[in-house]
Each structure stands twice: as structure tokens, then as C-alpha cells.
Design a protein around this ligand. Structure first.
Ligand code: PLP
Length: 413
């Protein structure tokens, strides 16, 4: 045991020395635009609750109602009797919202990723992923056993060269026979709005490419669901290519304010995942409270109130942009500045560079009463540490003003 403690202590010391040690902060009130940490009230610019639905009365009420009706837990995995009506209702609602034949809910977005990718591809196949995709997609690709090919962020030429290379290998393109995978299939995996940069993938071009090469496309809309497109289905809707994407992933814990992840697509895809996705089969069904809350949140997002909340969010974003004197955020992104930065996005990264410097700036903001997280390696590349500011519809114009003043006060003008 002594050896164990020593080994872990050494590792922690290494982390601390590189400015990479992390610590949990206990938030003493329900998370919203203002949070209390160690008795201090702070303005919170760290939340992905973009529409302010996590504390919406109807969403909270639906969680309570669902817990009352269906219990604190579903009691078993979906295939073992845990598949209660709220799950089916949410999936029907999600499919209608996304405009797909079907949807499948997982307890978390992470699980949706590691549940689905290894089910679709395996050894003998290829997964092509953007260098900046979320850790869960990287883990999912690794877990699949398929050959992992990483292309530079949003770099269509590099992506095409991977597709050409895979094509040259003479892949069967059959998508595998029988229950097997490994037919030489290529699965492209990207986010639509990237979580740490707030920029967007060129979905239209990617769809063209994958069709040309017979590849499949999986798009994680974690940061776009509820925010983009006429019906707020996500960026794929806004780009007009939703019905050409094989696998649409989303999360329920960001703009939808609840918890969970989902895959939306064809009925066949969902049926296949129910049969084969280990992350789905061997895990207890999502808790009824979260499922009920998510269904209520989808109803709000679909309705007039969803549109209204989006408008408020984009107003806050515009106020922030104006306050930054029209400064283009992309100019601050050191590598791959070619990214399609969405000037209207709710994620506003301010690149600081060094890990320790980013921590110092975040600490200075904290002293001024603002909680803005410093994001470091391995969440973002080394030397690209940043403040990841997120704006939400729950912020007031005055709070955005306070943020702008504080950024100026710590020298980030
Ligand atoms: C947050 C996030 C996930 C994981 O979703 P959880 O529900 O938090 O597990 C997946 N993909 C992206 C891009 C995310 O930002």
C-alpha cells in the first residue's frame, strides 16, 4: 500500500509542476448565472446550460413528476425491464424534434459515443476523426479497434487524403457481413460546433465528401442541439444536410438542461444499437427524473419559448462581441486559425497560451468575482490553454458588461 500511495503522489506532483493539477470546487447553490463557492457569490461563465433550462420551472417540475411516477431509478438495463414509458416517450419526442425515424437515449453523451462507434466499426475498418473532437469520441474510436486516422482541424484536404488512402486499400465497402464489422468501412466522426473553440465543421462539404467515397458520417451536436437551425435541431439542420448524415449524436445535458445523450437516425440504426451497443445493453437505464426533464426541455426548445430564449442568447453574444470591440476571436487561436469560427456562437474562447498563465488569469478573474474556467491540456492542445467563456440566455446584459470590464481589468482586451 505504501508503494501505491507514493506512486500516485509522484504522479500528482508531476501534474502540479506542469500547471495541470485540477481541483473540484463545491458549488453551494443550484448552478445558474450566479453561483456560490466557499460562501462567495460569483458570476458564472462556465455553464453549458445555454438556454437556462436546467432551472426552468417546467423542466424541474417534469423531473419531480417523473421521479414520483417512475421512481428514483429505472431498476435495470433497458433490455432487462428498465425500459419504462418515459424512455419511450423521450425517444419519440427526440425523433420528432430531430426529424429522424428514431432515437436512442443513453445515460450520458459520453456513453452514447462509446456505445455507438464500436458498434458500427471494428478491426479492419477506419475511423477518421477531427483532431479537436471531444475525448469521448476519441475514446470511442480507440475502443472500436478500427484504424484511427486523425485529420487536422476542419481540414477537408487531409480528410479527403484519408478517404483516398482507405479507398486504395480496396476496402470491401460492404459495411461488413453478417454480425461482423471490419468490411473496410470508413466512419468520419466530427462535432458540429466544437466544444472548446466554438467554431463549426463544414458539414455540407463533409457530406459531399463522404458520399463520394462511400464513407459514413457521425456528427456530435452536443453544443448545437437546441441552438441552430430553424427548428433548433442543430447545425446539420442549419446546413440543410441532416437527412444525409448516418449518425446524429446529441446530448441532453447542455442546451436541454437535463442529463444524457442520444443517437438519432434511421429506425434500423436504432434497432441495431439496441441489439449490439454494449454501452447501452450493459448499463442501467437513464434515471426517470433526467428523462422526464429532457422531454420537457425538448418541448420548450421546439416551441416559441425556445426561439425566444435563443434570441436572448444571441443578444448576449452580440453584446459581448461589441464589447470586445469587434475583435475576431479566431485571431487568437494559435494553431489552425483557419477554423470556421462562428462569430455568433455561445462559446467564446480567449486563448492565453501557457497552462500556468491561464490559471493565473482565471484566478485574477475569480478575485474579481467571476468564475471563468481555464481549460488546459489534455482538454485542449499544450500551449493553447484558454479561458472558455460561455454565455447563456440566463445572463443579463449587465452581467455581460461585468464580464467585459473584468476581462479588461486583467489585461485581456
Ligand atoms: C459534453 C460533451 C459530450 C459528453 O456528453 P455528456 O452528456 O456530458 O457525457 C460529448 N461530446 C461533446 C462534444 C461534448 O461537449
Amino acid at each position: 500500500m505504501a508503494g501505491f500511495g507514493e506512486a500516485i503522489r509522484d504522479r500528482m506532483a508531476t501534474l502540479a509542476a506542469s500547471g495541470l493539477r485540477r481541483q473540484l470546487r463545491c458549488v453551494e447553490v443550484a448552478a445558474g448565472p450566479q453561483i456560490r463557492v466557499e460562501g462567495r457569490w460569483l458570476l458564472n461563465f462556465a455553464s453549458n446550460d445555454y438556454l437556462g433550462l436546467a432551472n426552468h420551472a417546467a423542466v424541474r417540475g417534469a423531473a419531480e413528476e417523473s421521479a414520483r411516477a417512475w421512481g428514483a431509478g429505472a431498476g435495470a438495463a433497458r433490455l432487462l425491464g428498465g425500459s419504462v414509458a418515459v424512455h419511450h416517450e423521450l425517444e419519440a419526442r427526440l425523433a420528432a424534434f430531430k426529424g429522424t425515424e428514431a432515437a436512442l437515449v443513453f445515460a450520458t453523451g459520453y456513453q452514447a459515443a462509446i456505445g455507438s462507434v464500436p458498434t458500427l466499426v471494428g478491426a479492419g475498418d477506419v475511423v477518421a476523426i477531427d483532431k479537436r473532437v471531444h475525448a469521448c469520441l476519441v475514446d470511442a474510436a480507440r475502443l472500436s479497434g478500427a484504424q484511427l486516422r486523425v485529420y487536422a482541424h476542419n481540414d477537408l484536404d487531409r480528410l479527403e487524403s484519408i478517404l483516398r488512402w482507405a479507398d486504395g486499400r480496396g476496402g470491401a465497402k460492404s459495411g461488413g457481413r453478417g454480425l461482423g464489422r471490419g468490411g473496410g468501412q470508413v466512419l468520419i466522426v466530427t462535432e458540429s460546433v466544437f466544444s472548446m473553440d466554438g467554431d463549426t465543421a463544414p458539414l455540407r462539404e463533409m457530406v459531399e465528401l463522404k458520399d463520394r467515397y462511400g464513407a459514413w458520417l457521425m456528427v456530435d451536436e452536443a453544443h448545437a442541439t437546441g441552438l441552430y437551425g430553424e427548428r433548433r435541431r442543430g447545425l446539420a439542420e442549419a446546413a440543410g444536410v441532416a437527412d444525409r448524415i448516418e449518425v446524429q449524436m446529441g446530448t441532453l445535458g447542455k442546451a436541454l438542461g437535463a442529463a444524457g445523450g442520444f443517437i438519432a437516425g434511421s429506425r434500423l440504426l436504432v434497432e441495431y444499437l439496441v441489439n449490439r451497443a454494449r454501452g447501452f445493453i450493459f448499463s442501467t437505464a437513464p434515471v426517470p427524473a433526467a428523462v422526464g426533464a429532457a422531454a420537457a426541455a425538448v418541448a420548450i426548445v421546439e416551441g416559441e419559448e425556445g426561439g425566444q430564449r435563443c434570441r436572448v442568447l444571441w443578444e448576449r453574444v452580440a453584446e459581448f462581441e461589441r464589447g470586445r470591440r469587434g475583435e475576431v476571436i479566431e485571431g487568437r487561436v494559435e494553431e489552425g486559425a483557419t477554423g470556421r469560427v462562428n462569430p455568433g456562437g455561445a462559446i467564446r474562447p480567449v486563448i492565453v497560451g501557457g497552462e500556468s498563465e491561464a490559471m493565473a488569469v482565471a484566478a485574477a478573474l475569480l478575485a474579481l468575482g467571476l468564475y471563468v474556467p481555464a481549460v488546459r491540456y489534455p482538454t485542449v492542445p499544450r500551449g493553447a490553454a484558454r479561458l472558455r467563456i460561455t454565455l447563456t440566455a440566463a445572463h443579463s446584459a449587465g452581467q455581460v458588461g461585468q464580464l467585459l470590464e473584468a476581462l479588461e481589468a486583467v489585461g485581456l482586451t
